[in-house]
Design a protein around this ligand. Sequence first.
Ligand SMILES: [Zn+2]
Length: 304
Amino acid sequence: MLPFRLVYHEGYDLHLGDHVFPSKKFKWLHDRLLSTRFAVPEDFTAPEPATDDDVRLVHDAEWVAKLRNGTLTYQDILRLEIPYSRQMVEAFWLAAGGTMLTTRLALRDRVGFNIGGGFHHAFPAHGEGFCAIHDVAIAIRRLQRDGEIRRAMVVDCDVHHGNGTAAIFTGDPSVFTLSIHQFNNYPTEKPPSSLDIHMPDGASDDEYLHRLANGYRAALLMFHPELLVYVAGADPYCEDQLGGLSMSFDGLRERDRLVIWTALTHQVPVAIVLAGGYAQSVEDTISIHANTAAVAKDVLEKVA
Ligand SMILES: [Zn+2]
């Protein structure tokens, strides 16, 4: 068995049909990890959905009610950029429950891995960019409320800026937010994170890893969180349809190693969530996410 749990639920599928967001990727990654014998069925654990009370730790009651009752306006749905359905709402609540479970498992096992989550574009009172509710923020707020942790850090390596994360935790000294992203990309408005690393179009592995290492190491040592949530987006990949960086499989693996190794060697547990990934070939997206799980296993075994 793996030295950490893989959190997964069949209901993670957002049922988007023919959409640039491959919402079956959660199931496909689950299947890949089994078919390659990286994992056995006992490595997986299924979450409960978050409760509405959990979701309201971050989101306005009005936005939660709109999602629950199906009363989104045309404007709400345009901003969300995904079709509304009951299954979609259930999937977001499950993803939030999944990230909540993953963070608890990370505190127990030093690493937790959610085969889902990372919906970093959700704001307290609206959703956008395929993100209805912010699973990462909900999980952090719940741990803080329960007195499990005080200080958390979010390291967001999705190619798109973590605008929802930045907005939710702005002015809150208990949560450090780091986002490294392509500057000339969605979202056009980027509310400031604690640390933003703006990458130019077409940035290479070397440039990316150099900038990330400098900013991240300094931030981790200075802030010393009790938990790190790693938003391990697959979309900095050179063949991503919604990204404009030039990272290779190897570069993304080095990125994973840098984030996870640095945290674990400083006694900071790591909860990993997937976020975006829109490669021309969905198989590439699955491979990048599978590589992140493999790096987590390797690092955890080495620091043990
Ligand atoms: Zn993204």
